[in-house]
Design a protein around this ligand. Structure first.
Ligand SMILES: Nc1ncnc2c1ncn2[C@@H]1O[C@H](COP(=O)(O)OP(=O)(O)OP(=O)(O)O)[C@@H](O)[C@H]1O
Length: 227
């Protein structure tokens, strides 16, 4: 069997001397959507930022297609790892068209993935709704044909229908193009509806993991600490 596209092995990360992520093991395979769940402040963003090359681990390693890597974010991007951070990443002063041209995939593929963007191509990105901005972000990311897509809270503040639309595009990318997706999400129910497997972080460590068939109840009791 092929090595996982992305693997975190015994990963620990800290700010100053404080370890906030401890000994995390996680894999994402080709064509798989993996959700990283957990309440506020449990270390989800710290974990995905380290996976993306934005933060250095204090212990353990990040492995990319079978080999340990310490490459910075922009080098990982060239290797096919596409990271979408929690803060909006469209350039607000530029048109939708120019935002798409900044990606390596061009406009046609992006509009094929999200036809909703076609009438908005001339519009300034800053004038789009939050959902349209995230659509633009995801269209630009997917059009670049990533090997892996790492997404930090893509759904934050968006209406349920928009989240469904974005997640359906992720599912399609995983199923049709074999993209490996790591999805950091606070909304466990929605994330689990699209993911193949999930990990739940609590106080920086993996408290539980499972697959789509496990059902939301198991995760909810873990969130609440009633397991
Ligand atoms: N730059 C930083 N410097 C110091 N501490 C930080 C920094 N960023 C995050 N932390 C701390 O690390 C811990 C984990 O934060 P992180 O943002 O990774 O959690 P999270 O699960 O993504 O939370 P949220 O869902 O609220 O975004 C928190 O206690 C947070 O206060």
């Amino acid at each position: 069997m092929d090595a996982p596209v992305l693997e975190l092995r015994g990963l620990s990360v800290g700010y100053d001397d404080l370890a906030v992520v401890r000994d995390v093991d996680l894999t994402v395979n080709r064509g798989e959507i993996v959700a990283l769940l957990g309440a506020n402040g449990t270390g989800k963003s710290t974990t995905i930022l380290t996976a993306a090359g934005e933060l250095p681990p204090v212990g353990g390693e990040v492995r990319w297609r079978g080999t340990a890597t310490t490459a910075p974010l922009h080098v990982r991007a060239r290797m096919g790892m596409c990271f979408v951070p929690e803060e909006r990443s469209v350039l607000m002063g530029m048109s939708v068209r120019d935002n798409l041209l900044l990606g390596s995939g061009g406009i046609d593929r992006a509009v094929e993935l999200f036809p909703e963007l076609r009438p908005l191509l001339g519009q300034r990105a800053g004038l789009l709704s939050g959902g349209e901005q995230q659509m633009l972000t995801l269209a630009r990311a997917l059009a670049s044909n990533p090997v892996a897509l790492l997404l930090d809270e893509l759904s934050l503040g968006l209406a349920p229908l928009v989240v469904d639309r974005l997640f359906a595009a992720l599912r399609r990318a995983a199923d049709h193009d074999g993209v490996a997706v790591l999805l950091v999400e606070q909304q466990a129910r929605r994330a689990m509806a699209v993911a193949d497997r999930w990990y739940l972080l609590r106080r920086g460590a993996v408290a539980a993991q499972g697959n789509a068939a496990d059902g939301i109840a198991a995760v909810e009791s873990l969130y609440l600490g009633t397991e």
